[in-house]
Write a protein that binds this ligand. Structure first.
Ligand code: FMN
Length: 420
């Protein structure tokens, strides 16, 4: 699949799918497996000087949803729990791999520490360094992670400290936990960053054990605000990647909620040249990349894209300020009776929140005069039977000849009777 090859920071990647710095990259054996399974590359779990290394708490993960329906994952995991001597041995076992080695590092604002870590990476075979100035828990309290990433001056200074001391490319990994990411990205660029990556996790609380009165995830009787990842965070990742791409001329590695080849393609269309994946690989395993590569290559052939570079930024021209959105042309729902399962969800949602326009969904009976065009019906449809279409004329009834006979049986937890 040569069309998936991509050049990023002077290195050739077999494909744009990279496993981001996190639990899947905790040691050399895991990273060998990642490459053997076909990922474009990996980013070593964040390393630091031995004085900054601490043990992790157990447990440290808590999910919103489960397995393939997991839409959010919260973790309070720290950076590596191993010393640099240990890592020297682990990285040695990766040197023969035909895949660029990206090493993530972290330090306090002590600039000499950043420079030391940068030199250490270069001496130990790294091809690219990622600067983690973005971890939202455990590290900020020690003046690391997003303590640095939320301050453009510090981001500039640490990026420059590493850049001045190494000859390999440096990518600064930005935090989503800011009001505006662009000034921070510009500061990294001014400090000499060769690329930007974002997002790291979003600080929050994803659940509460209401019987024990403890926020999740918790260790014995205490929880903490910590990092959220997974598909629900993709909205923030897409926003910040597109803002960086539109405002700063640097390559971007897009991270956050990539759980399918389509989500990765969206990330690239918003300006990322490579995409990093963590939560999806943790939940579904490293093998997912094989299907993603096959499907992306098929999509590229169908759509006439010859290279990954042809995809990068393709959706940016259609990203506009609200004031430029069209208000005159109206779209209306059209219900495909061969897909409709008569669950009534669209009718109920429209009756209670929309314009009471849907009369009989499976007959496509819609009163266009009452339709608000909001697309709530399309949003609640569990079988994707509703499209929004342009119509001419203000009032139009569509009554098809009799109910369809080949409707699919899909369990949506609501019978047709209950829905009425
Ligand atoms: C358990 C866990 C540990 C993580 N550890 C690190 C880390 O050591 N360094 C880092 O830069 N990011 C770390 N991250 C953040 C990820 O690299 C990534 O930015 C984030 O999870 C968003 O991507 P995703 O939605 O694909 O998981 C970690 C994420 C998780 C879930």
């Amino acid at each position: 699949m040569d069309e998936l090859r991509v050049e990023f920071l002077g290195h050739e990647f077999d494909n744009p799918f990279i496993i981001g710095s996190a639990s899947p990259t905790v040691d050399g054996a895991h990273m060998r497996k990642i490459v053997e399974k076909g990922w474009g590359s990996y980013i070593v779990k964040t390393l630091s000087l031995d004085k900054n290394v601490r043990p992790d708490v157990r447990p440290r993960l808590s999910g919103m949803g489960r397995y393939s329906h997991l839409f959010g994952l919260q973790n309070c995991e720290l950076i590596t729990t191993h010393t640099l001597d240990w890592w020297e041995r682990e990285l040695r076992m990766l040197r023969d791999l035909d895949s660029p080695m990206i090493v993530s590092i972290m330090a306090t604002p002590e600039l000499e520490d950043w420079a030391t870590m940068g030199r250490w990476c270069e001496e130990n075979g790294a091809d690219i360094i990622e600067l983690n100035v973005s971890c939202p828990h455990g590290c900020p309290e020690e003046h690391m992670g997003s303590f640095i990433g939320q301050d453009p001056q510090l981001v500039h200074d640490v990026t420059k400290a590493v850049k001045d001391d190494v000859s390999i490319p440096v990518m600064t990994k930005l935090t989503p936990n800011v009001t505006d990411i662009v000034p921070v990205g510009k500061a990294a660029k001014k400090g000499g960053a060769d690329a930007l990556s974002t997002i790291n996790t979003v600080g929050g609380i994803n659940g509460v054990d209401i019987y024990n009165r403890i926020p999740a995830p918790y260790v014995l009787n205490k929880g903490t605000i910590s990092g959220n990842s997974g598909p629900a965070m993709r909205t923030i990742a897409y926003k910040w990647v597109s803002e960086l791409a539109a405002n700063i001329n640097l390559p971007i590695s897009g991270i956050g909620g990539i759980d399918s080849w389509e989500a990765a393609t969206g990330m690239m269309m918003l300006g990322a040249s490579t995409t990093q994946v963590v939560t999806a690989a943790m939940v579904e395993g490293f093998d997912i990349v094989q299907e993603w590569k096959r499907r992306l290559a098929e999509f590229m052939r169908e759509q006439g894209y010859e290279t990954i570079e042809d995809i990068v930024g393709k959706a940016l021209p259609s990203l506009s300020d609200y004031e430029h959105l069209e208000v005159e042309d109206h779209l209306y729902p059209e219900i495909d009776d061969t897909r409709c399962i008569q669950c009534q969800r669209c009718r109920i949602a429209c009756a209670d929140t929309g314009g009471e326009a849907i009369i009989t969904p499976y007959l496509n009976e819609i009163d266009d005069d009452k339709c608000l065009g909001c697309a709530l019906c399309k949003t609640v449809c569990p079988v994707d039977a509703i499209s929004m279409v342009v119509r001419d004329g203000s009032l139009r009834w569509t009554r098809k000849q009799g109910p369809p006979t080949d409707r699919k049986e899909v369990d949506v937890g609501l019978t047709a009777e209950e829905g009425k």
